[in-house]
Design a protein around this ligand. Sequence first.
Ligand SMILES: C[S@@+](CC[C@H](N)C(=O)[O-])C[C@H]1O[C@@H](n2cnc3c(N)ncnc32)[C@H](O)[C@@H]1O
Length: 282
Amino acid sequence: MVLRQNFGGYLINWVGGKRQLRETVSLLIPSNISSYIEPFGGGGWVLFYYHRWADLEVYNDLDNRLVNLFRVVKYHPCELAREMCYLFHSREQFLSLIQNQGETDIQKAARFMFILSRSFGGRGKHFGVSYESSIKSAGGLIERVDKISKRLDKVIIENLSAMDLIPQYDNENAFFYCDPPYSSGAGYEVVSAAKFEHERLRNTLKNIKGRFLLSYDDAPKIRELYKDFNIIETERINGINRKDIKNNIYKELLICNYDVENINGVWQVKNNNFSQGSIFDV
Ligand SMILES: C[S@@+](CC[C@H](N)C(=O)[O-])C[C@H]1O[C@@H](n2cnc3c(N)ncnc32)[C@H](O)[C@@H]1O
């Protein structure tokens, strides 16, 4: 069991990223685990919520642009920072980098991070410019690279399909935080929402020895697929348009294969004893 201490870092905004849910999710992660695995890593918002979740930690995503970025951040943070110095907040450069994603892994990582951080809603499609507030500082991006590089020191980074990864890392003390594409949604570069194999994921998770926590959109199909597991309802404010909060509440489900309880309105793992300490203990 490792001591849990907030880290609160992040590297990129990513579509479907669990920025708003990470505290809720963290209370539902058991303490007595020996491995923490994110088969659908994306921007890794939950992974980066704590300094360390377990002895063994694994980040995985099928999208090799993300995997390349995290590997370069981990192994070549200084080279990445140097490459990023050549990138400016300009519409012309944004449009040209969308066309030319780079030759080397370091160039690819720098350009991918630039495009995500300079685009509208972190979607990497349209140049993001605010007419009310300042642009993101280039120095801030580089500081993030440095912080996340250290956080990734002992994290294994994989590039597999989740359904192949899960059985490989499964054992009684393994924990999987799964955040697959929603059953209804825009989908990802690696898979459209319609093509993702939701049933295959359920069949994979049904047979594991370890524990899992799954986040999904609240849809009848998902409730039906996971009717034999614990289902918790939660909600968050919908992504980009945060101004009209009342009409932008998005309902999500958190599903798990272990006991949970609601104490004073807060869902948590039943009989969880986790130790919190100073970061120097970690
Ligand atoms: C909802 S996002 C994860 C967001 C992440 N939890 C975060 O906080 O940023 C889903 C991710 O699943 C990835 N993905 C889609 N199909 C996959 C598959 N079969 N195996 C592994 N990853 C997959 C996508 O590339 C995407 O990054």
